[in-house]
Each structure stands twice: as C-alpha cells, then as structure tokens.
Ligand binder design. Structure first.
Ligand code: GUN
Ligand code: ZN
Length: 416
C-alpha cells in the first residue's frame, strides 16, 4: 500500500471561516482551514495550524469567500413551494382558499416527483442543507420527498381527519393502524409524526398520535397558536382544555422531540408548559409578517428559556432563503426594541436547527467528527469583523438572497 494512501480522501479548504458554537459564541478565522476526511470534518482552525498538522500530500483547495455551516430550516411545507409568497391573508381563509387546494395536486405522483427535485435543487442553491418538512396528506408524496432527499431531512405527511375538505382528509393516515403500517415501511430517522394543527384532529385522534410518536421515538411537529382566529377556533373545538397548548399536552404530544411552529398567541402558563416539557419552537418571522400575524414574542422565549430555531415556513413564508429569514428576524425584533446578537442569529439558523432535529452531535456546525455540510458565502472585503460581514450578507432583495451562496457542500462534496 502507498504510504500516503490513507490520505486519499482528505482535503483542506482554505477560506475565511465563521463557525457558530452556541447562542453567544461564534469562532471566526480570517484565514481558516477546514480539513475533511471522507466527508467528515477532521479539523477547523487557522489555515497555518491545519496545514502543519496534516500530511504534506493532502491537497489544499483555496476558496474565495467565507465558509459557514449550511443552513437548517426547521419548519417548511415542501408541497407549498410552488406557491410560496403567492397568497396571503388571514391564516384560516388562506388555508381553505389557497393552500389546501394546492396541496390536493400532490395526489399526482409525477407532479410530486418533479416538484421534489426542483425543491431540493433550489434549497441547496440557497444554502439549506437540512430541515424539518411538512408534506401533503398523501403517503406517496412523503415517500417521494424522503426518496429524493438531498441533504438531511425529516418529513411528515400532514395528518388531518376533520374540519377540512374530503379531498385531503380522504388521504390522511391519522387512523392508528394505517399510520403504524405506513411507518413500518419508512426510514424513521427521516420521519416526523405531523398532526397538521389541533383543529384538524379530535382529542381522541391526537392522543393516539401522541402514543405512536412516543412508542416509535420519532420527532413530532405541528403548529401552535399562530393567529388569534385559530386560537379562538381551538377554544371552541376543545372547551375542556385550559388553552391551545393544553390540547397537545393532554394528548401527550409535548416533549423534547416536539417542534412547534409559530407560538405567537400564548399565555404565560402555556410558555411555562413548553419550558417544562422541553419543547422546541420553530420561529418563522417571514411567514408571520406575510400572513399579517403578530410578532412572535422572542422576549418570552428568553424569559422561559425555551429553545428555538429559525424557519421559512414556505409557502406562507415568501422565500426559501434562510438569509432572508435572518434579515427579517433581526429587523422585526430590533424594531420592537428586542436586541439580537449576531452570534445568536447565526446559531438559530444553523446549529440550533440541527439540535431541534436531534442531530446536534453530527451536524449543524463545523466541528471535528461532524458531517462536512457547509456553504461558501461572499468574502468580507475590507471588513475586519464578521458581524459587519453578516449584515452585508443578509442585505438585499429576496431573490438576491436566494442566490447569494457561492456553493454548497454535502458530506464534503460540492452539490450546488
Ligand atoms: N396551520 C395549519 N396548516 C398550516 C400551514 O400549512 N401553514 C401555516 N403557516 N400554518 C398552518
Ligand atoms: Zn407551517
């Protein structure tokens, strides 16, 4: 065997590197080195140190820009990708008049297949490498989204039994035996039990789903308290529950593997409940803005120490770009007098999302032993601090932000 053959799969990328560590810390190397072995990160450091530690035969690839971990989007509806930003208005009317008819098209296998290809292409182009995704109720659409997946996704067919048109409920797998049979044929690492939201299921149905999710250990994702009309509807539908959160809590749906979209119209006792159960919140600022919902009270998440990560919520969110989400996230809260540090913002768009997905030890940032999923963003120019560079990176129009990344790598391979 050639004496250096063990290094055949190694490569060093040389560029500036920004690497979120937690909500208050981010490493930055102006002249950084990222050593990758067989798709896995071996070392991140300043370039000179990485070079010194590596064998002399390891190739060096110089990249012109800033390497960052790829983005993680913890709440989107891939079956709404074609109509993202096309419709807006009050949540319930928007669902009934625009979104549910759109999702009905995913009964068509060919349409779903080409839509999934297009969706993953565009997400990688925008720098998103993993996330949590809602599908339509159709079993095959979820299967297609998992089979054609590029990156690391967890997908769930929305479960909806009542208070929705038959053209969707007829395909829903919420019946326990049907769902168990479906789950027995699917890779559960990529599956989430996905009650669409409380109004689409009875208390009995929700409880059955809670049991299946706990038994199988999969992620649970659903919507919670996104709009005032929705909360009012839930109050009428579930008079026995103390509040919206309590509907899910009684069903056993709240735990550390639960990711709740939105959480805007919440009372203090509901925040306390989420904190006690260890739930994650998927915060979707661009969606909330587009549908005219209120600002998610970030200060409450902080007060109750509730973990959260950022998301686009396509198709209510008008763009699949997490740079766009970052732009609006910083701006909306800052305008309300709530400050967000740059370290926190970058963490919420990357590592926090991987943690919400239970993948914090294998993905989400650039640490030894993790999957080499990263992106290249434009260089810093004369800037000498990465915070100013981040502000530059997130400024511009939606379409500029969607194509701002200069490249995306999955497991060390360039894919976009
Ligand atoms: N609540 C229930 N379904 C949906 C959906 O598809 N999008 C959003 N934003 N909220 C929902
Ligand atoms: Zn949603």
């Amino acid at each position: 065997m050639h004496k250096y053959s063990k290094n055949l799969n190694k490569v060093i990328y040389r560029a500036s590197i920004v690497n979120p560590i937690n909500s208050s810390r981010c490493s930055f190397y102006k002249d950084g080195g990222l050593l990758i072995d067989n798709g896995v990160i071996e070392e991140v450091n300043c370039f000179d140190n990485v070079l010194k530690n590596a064998s002399p035969d390891v190739p060096v690839i110089e990249l012109n820009g800033v390497i960052s971990p790829g983005f993680v989007d913890v709440h989107l509806h891939w079956v709404q990708y074609k109509v993202k930003g096309l419709y807006s208005g009050e949540l319930l009317t928007w669902l009934r008049e625009s979104i549910w008819p759109e999702e009905s098209h995913y009964v068509d296998v060919e349409l779903a297949t080409s839509a999934a290809r297009n969706f993953y292409d565009d997400l990688l182009r925008a720098g998103t490498v993993m996330g949590l995704s809602y599908s339509s109720p159709h079993a095959h659409a979820t299967q297609i989204a998992i089979d054609l997946m590029r990156g690391d996704w967890v997908v769930g067919n929305v479960l909806m039994g009542i208070n929705a048109p038959n053209y969707l409920t007829d395909f829903s797998l919420h019946d326990s035996d049907t769902l168990k049979a479906f789950m027995s044929n699917i890779d559960l690492r990529h599956y989430a039990v996905t009650p669409r939201f409380a109004p689409n299921l009875s208390q009995f149905q929700l409880k059955a789903l809670g049991e299946i999710a706990i038994d199988s250990g999969v992620i649970i994702q659903t919507h919670l308290a996104e709009s005032r009309e929705e909360v009012e509807w839930v109050r009428k539908l579930f008079p026995e529950a103390d509040n919206y959160t309590d509907v899910y809590d009684r069903a056993g749906l709240l735990g550390r593997k639960t990711v709740l979209g939105h959480c805007i119209e919440m009372s203090d006792s509901e925040w306390r409940c989420l904190a006690e159960r260890g739930c994650w919140v998927a915060h979707c600022p661009t969606s909330n803005e587009a549908l005219g919902n209120r600002r998610m009270p970030l200060e409450k998440l902080r007060e109750y120490n509730i973990p959260y990560a950022l998301a686009t919520d396509i198709g209510a969110g008008p763009s699949h770009s997490m740079l766009h989400v970052l732009q609006r996230f910083l701006s909306l809260h800052r305008d309300a007098g709530v400050n967000i540090d740059h370290e926190d913002a970058l963490y919420r768009a990357t590592l926090a999302g991987a943690e919400a997905m239970g993948r914090g030890l294998i993905a989400g940032n650039l640490c030894a032993g993790k999957r080499a999923d990263f992106i290249l963003l434009p260089g810093m120019g004369p800037r000498d601090h990465w915070a100013g560079w981040l502000e530059d990176c997130i400024s511009g129009s939606m379409s500029e932000l969607e194509t701002r990344p200069l490249g995306t790598w999955l497991g060390g391979k360039k894919v976009s």
